[in-house]
Ligand binder design. Structure first.
Ligand code: KG4
Ligand code: ZN
Length: 333
């Protein structure tokens, strides 16, 4: 089965062609350069860029896969959660393609897409398994009982981990998105230099990263430095200390949830799962008998192939959407 996937939930315009679970093409056109100068995503600009780019990106995905639209069997589109204006662009485009080409349409939850990214890899877990989705908008733990059956075990009460990376990066004058820059800087810093809080929340499976972000702010005030004035060495140590705190919390909660659910298969996915320190520490969980599954870095961050494969799984179960499908900024799994 040939599936055309589309994701425009945030600031990446993405289209992919997937054959069952095999990626034929996965084009991600990032708007980062445009938003960087504003220090974060400007929703209105994101929607406008999606409108400009969606056609080219989709044509690119089809031609790279060497597939014509008439050969596509299913149009699978992300319809939430995300920025409403951005979602609407991909959704309206997908609906038009589906209507004009008389191909079935299916709407997919972005979070389900992040989980199903693991099914694009050769190695994926048996059901049931646990998932940590850790991205710019979400930090949540789920028990995945079957292809489309999820039980939320915990979620962030305030900022998502990726959001904390982005905000700390801004404080250090490192720009947007913060994750990859802090990841790179932290490699040269001392993670023990600054003792930042680990918000474990007394055994709860929830998360909270806004206090950690404030702790970095207070640290900068104590050191009497601001944004661009931070010395390179200090930036490296703050990046490493901040990252150590985030990763400690994420890894520790995985251990708790594994023991509480008596389930030792874990998928870690979402943009922050591209983080090298988190990936290193996650691999170490294997020594404790935990099976760890990480999508490749390109499949951890936003992409349309994950939406295509989720659509494939739902379509095989007899599901499809009609043209009344709506975009939802808030859409629980
Ligand atoms: O999944 P994603 O691409 O979009 C959302 O659904 O949010 O995640 C984007 C988030 C951003 O906050 C970005 O800073 C973070 O993922 N990120 C990283 C890394 N690469 C991206 N965070 C830490 N380390 C990275 N290497
Ligand atoms: Zn995402």
């Amino acid at each position: 089965m040939l599936i055309l996937g589309i994701d425009t939930s945030c600031d990446d315009t993405s289209a992919a062609v997937v054959k069952d679970r095999k990626i034929l093409s996965n084009i991600v056109s990032s708007q980062i350069k445009i938003h960087t100068k504003y220090g974060g995503i400007v929703p209105e600009i994101a929607s406008r860029k999606h409108i400009e780019w969606i056609m080219d990106v989709t044509e690119n995905a089809l031609s790279k896969a060497d597939v014509a639209l008439k050969h596509i069997d299913l149009v699978s589109v992300c319809h939430g959660p995300g920025l409403i204006g951005s979602l609407l662009v991909g959704l309206c485009f997908a609906k038009s393609l589906s209507y004009a080409s008389k191909k079935p349409l299916i709407g997919i939850n972005h979070l389900e897409g992040h989980i199903h990214a693991i099914f694009l890899e050769k190695d994926y877990p048996e059901f049931p398994f646990l998932t940590l989705i850790v991205s710019g908008g979400h930090t949540s733990l789920y028990r995945v009982n079957d292809l489309n059956s999820y039980k939320e075990l915990g979620r962030t009460r305030d900022d998502a981990a990726g959001e904390a990376y982005d905000k700390v990066s801004k404080m250090l004058g490192l720009g947007y998105p913060g994750g990859p820059v802090i990841d790179a800087l932290a490699k040269e810093g001392n993670p023990d230099k600054y003792n930042l809080p680990r918000p474990y929340l007394n055994g709860s499976f929830d998360f909270s990263f806004s206090g950690l972000k404030t702790a970095v702010k207070v640290l900068l005030m104590k050191l009497d430095i601001k944004g661009k004035n931070v010395a390179e060495d200090v930036k490296k140590d703050i990046a490493a200390s901040f990252q150590a705190s985030v990763v400690d919390v994420l890894i520790e909660k995985i251990k708790w949830v594994v023991s509480s659910e008596r389930l030792n298969r874990v998928v870690i996915t979402g943009g922050v799962a591209a983080n090298s320190e988190l990936r290193r520490r996650a691999q170490m969980l294997k020594e404790e008998g935990i099976e760890v599954y990480l999508p490749s870095k390109q499949l951890c961050t936003d992409n349309a192939a994950m939406i295509a494969v989720s659509g494939y799984h739902r379509f095989l179960r007899g599901e499809s959407s009609d043209l009344f499908l709506n975009a939802r900024a808030y859409l629980p799994l």
